[in-house]
Unconditional design. Sequence first.
Length: 506
Amino acid sequence: MPSAEETSVNQDRTQRPDVRPTRRDSVATSGSELIGGPAGRFALRGSGGWFTPVRVVALVAIGMFALGMVQKMPCYNWAWFRGASSQYTHACYSDIPHLYVGRGFSEGLIPYFDRLPGDMQYLEYPVLTGLFMQVASWLNLAGGSIQNQEQTYWMVNAGMLMICTVVIAVCVARTHRHRPWDALLLALAPAFALTATINWDLLAVALTAAAMLMWSRGRALAFGILIGLATAAKLYPALLLGPLLLLCWRAGKWREFATAALGAAGAWLVVNLPVMLMAPEGWKKFYTFSQERQVDFGSFWLIITQRTGEPLEVDSVNTYATLLMLLACVGIAALALGAPRRPRFAQLVFLVVAAFILTNKVYSPQYVLWLIPLAALARPRWRDFLIWQACEVMYFLGIWMYLAYTTSTKHQGLPPEGYQLAIALHLLGTLYLCAVVVRDILMPERDGVRQDGSDDPSGGVLDGAEDVFVVGRAAHPPRHAAHAVDGPRVEWGTQPQTPGEAPPSA
């Protein structure tokens, strides 16, 4: 039997059994009592039956998505169509039915090409999201009243977004080899179910999750193409290229990064260039709208505005938000290049996207969808995940109660002071999850993913790769990873040793 010191991060990957959260996570163990207790040693694994982990995760995600649709039923039946405050008091608001009329789909207008009546002259969404909205309108064959058409349009979109949900669940379950059950964090996330049909963000989230899966399998070009498509649906997926640059720099994987970056740029151009050339005014509306948008819901900028009573200039907020984001990125870069062990890809991606959310001048409730799959990969611990989800659910309720207060004549709902508390909970919950991810990076023995001897299951070519550029204390790291008491001692930053070859000296 080989000694623990001789165990490589790449050794026996395909033979390693699936990690069972009920045997490693006390919260998961307690929660499993609802379905009969933790899995025993005779429980079916992997392909031992039809109900494989990936299929179970997908079915649970569909069930939770359906519950989210049920939660929207008061609005579907009447509240979307009878005044403003009812949809807020029932916490079932959605942009989808309102924009069916507000962005000209009910009149057959073509996004980006046809000018809209009213203040919003063109559709303010990226091109691929606009295509998604247009396809849903083509599939909306309902006639009759506008209300009936809006209801059907929401239902068609919900069906398409459910497909996106399944894609996300399957990709997250398969990204980390031997850890498919971590995707239950995503599937059971209450904030996911509550916000899934508010807007069209799940399209970009699905493409991003598929990109993460492709990178974990070493397919850099497919990753890049999917990231380019995701960026054509929402801006935030482009942020993934930053962490990838840092990790490839540290590991010397420049060829793979260049392939991914060129693939992303090419895919984005293929989608955007036709609209950019044929309808330039409509195409650029998303970007000008983002720049011109005032301080809005959910941001700490709104707390400052409401507490001081002084409006903040848009240009000033844009500048300050950009500087704060750049400062956060500098800190993340220092962490990536100076940590004693190269951070996992999912960890850095979560930190960068969270920094963007925290510094942005608006936080719509559906933005939590960007972080949920990344959180399941970056920090698959039920206690921390549920603390964060509790904060997000409180924010979800807070924003609707605040809007109910501001839109009703009787001011029934949450006053500004209460809404500021809800924003603070969202900010603190996200910061808490960022803090434990940073701790895992600095103290790898606290990282649940690495406690079984893994290096970076989502890292693809980075998994087990040798470091070629480091700074600070990473330049003189210990030669073994911190490890659990009963786990293997893992060498990292070295190539796998062939039988009979002497390991490198410490």
